[in-house]
Write a new protein. Structure first.
Length: 227
């Protein structure tokens, strides 16, 4: 019978994972280009089912044309959809951006609110988007659960759930609050670079010896650095 993993044990392991991934990815952060909370809000809405790299190409011109929430609220939706067509699901995303902008103008003086409760009431904004904005723009820690964080946290044994909300709660229990945002970015970077979906490159993974994933390929240790 295997040894039971305690909450304290998971927290200790999470801190070790954090330390090693921080060393591997010292520049881990939001990879969407933005200059203010409104730009990041728009970019995160566009990033649904789209790569950050593609979004950054689109927003380079988009942000020159639309500088305030009122600009998005005033334009014809068909024109906004055309401006973001490369991001996919452009009609739905245009509707979300415009409806959200109308609320920002009407209720917040055109500014993006800084609480979870207010953000998740905006069209097109869920907890993941809200946590991205809160962590990057309002210095409020939050666990960001995207497809990479979901996969990596499961392989590391920090969650057994597939629902993002439950994964968020599981990670909040084992990761110190002040590290929530950065831990999320580290999981994303690791998921993109090494712990990829189909065939994780376990032989060069800096947290291989801390990972219980049963389908690991190759061996890594802090002493040898590889196979």
């Amino acid at each position: 019978m295997g040894k039971k993993v305690t909450a304290a044990g998971k927290t200790k392991r999470a801190e070790m994972v954090y330390a090693r991934l921080s060393e591997r990815y010292p520049d881990a952060t939001v990879t969407l280009d933005y200059r203010d909370p409104l730009q990041l809000l728009v970019a995160t809405i566009l990033a649904a089912q789209c790569t950050d790299a593609r979004v950054n190409v689109v927003t380079k011109e988009l942000f020159k044309k639309y500088k305030k929430a009122a600009d998005y609220a005033a334009v014809l939706r068909e024109e906004l959809a055309k401006d973001i067509v490369q991001c996919g699901f452009f009609n739905m995303k245009a509707a979300s951006i415009q409806k959200t902008s109308e609320i920002l103008v009407r209720d917040y003086g055109g500014k993006v609110p800084g609480t979870m409760e207010e953000l998740v009431k905006l069209p097109g904004v869920g907890r993941k988007t809200a946590n991205v904005i809160l962590g990057a723009c309002f210095d409020t820690p939050g666990v960001i659960v995207d497809t990479h964080a979901r996969r990596v946290s499961a392989r590391l044994g920090f969650t057994t759930h597939t629902d993002p909300g439950k994964i968020e709660q599981d990670l909040m229990k084992v990761v110190p609050r002040d590290k929530w945002t950065m831990f999320s970015h580290l999981l994303v970077f690791h998921g993109r670079n090494i712990c990829v979906a189909r065939k994780p490159n376990c032989s060069i993974c800096p947290v291989n010896d801390l990972c219980p994933y049963p389908k690991k390929s190759g061996v890594w240790s802090p002493k040898t650095g590889g196979k």
